[in-house]
Ligand binder design. Structure first.
Ligand SMILES: Nc1ncnc2c1ncn2[C@@H]1O[C@H](COP(=O)(O)OP(=O)(O)OP(=O)(O)O)[C@@H](O)[C@H]1O
Ligand SMILES: [Mg+2]
Length: 170
């Protein structure tokens, strides 16, 4: 994706990750594709809980789809499909999962953990979020790098900047 905007945001704890997801979830629409990248345990599933909350859904329903490959959540804004490509092997065929079909038909929004493992098969994510382990003054936290494409950037820039002010940004 040629990113229209990039934001780097410090996430001091679990709740900050949920809150960031919730900000993003308010802008999620059917047909939207979100890539989550980042090493093991960086908070990708936690971020999805926030996204579901932001879509008005029940975050407690969110669990890691590491073994099921795809979880389905119903929210007032429509269905969110949550996939995890960690165990999909070297060269999985994303078409077999129905995820791209959902994006094309706008029947659901799609969020994919470890999307970098299959990124060659996906053309245009609307948002890419990379989470990183961060150690600040002995405290284990996270940093998120968020890349947003057009046309979403015009809508989401201010909410992300507002979120970043109390949480730290560069
Ligand atoms: N900003 C943060 N600071 C510190 N801990 C966090 C932060 N965000 C999430 N966590 C914690 O990190 C741990 C791992 O979270 P989570 O399961 O969401 O990561 P993940 O990236 O989905 O892992 P996996 O790669 O195994 O799928 C959880 O205990 C969660 O509470
Ligand atoms: Mg996970």
């Amino acid at each position: 994706m040629k990113s229209e905007g990039e934001f780097k945001i410090y996430l001091s704890d679990h709740d900050a990750t949920i809150e960031l997801g919730s900000v993003i979830g308010k802008f999620v629409a059917l047909g939207m594709l979100i890539h989550l990248a980042g090493e093991l345990g960086t908070g990708k599933t936690t971020l999805v809980k926030g996204i579901v909350a932001g879509m008005g859904g029940v975050p407690v329903d969110v669990s890691s789809p590491t073994f099921t490959i795809v979880n389905t959540y119903e929210t007032p804004k429509g269905i969110l499909l949550h996939a995890d490509m960690y165990r999909m092997g070297q060269c999985p065929l994303i078409d077999d999962t129905g995820l791209l079909d959902a994006v094309e038909k706008k029947s659901a929004a799609v969020v994919i953990e470890w999307a970098d493992r299959i990124s060659t098969q996906i053309e245009r994510p609307d948002i890419i979020i990379k989470l990183m382990h961060t150690l600040v003054e002995g405290k284990h936290a996270r940093t998120a790098i968020i890349s947003v494409g057009k046309p979403l950037i015009d809508k989401i820039r201010q909410p992300l900047l507002q979120f970043a002010i109390p949480h730290g940004a560069k």
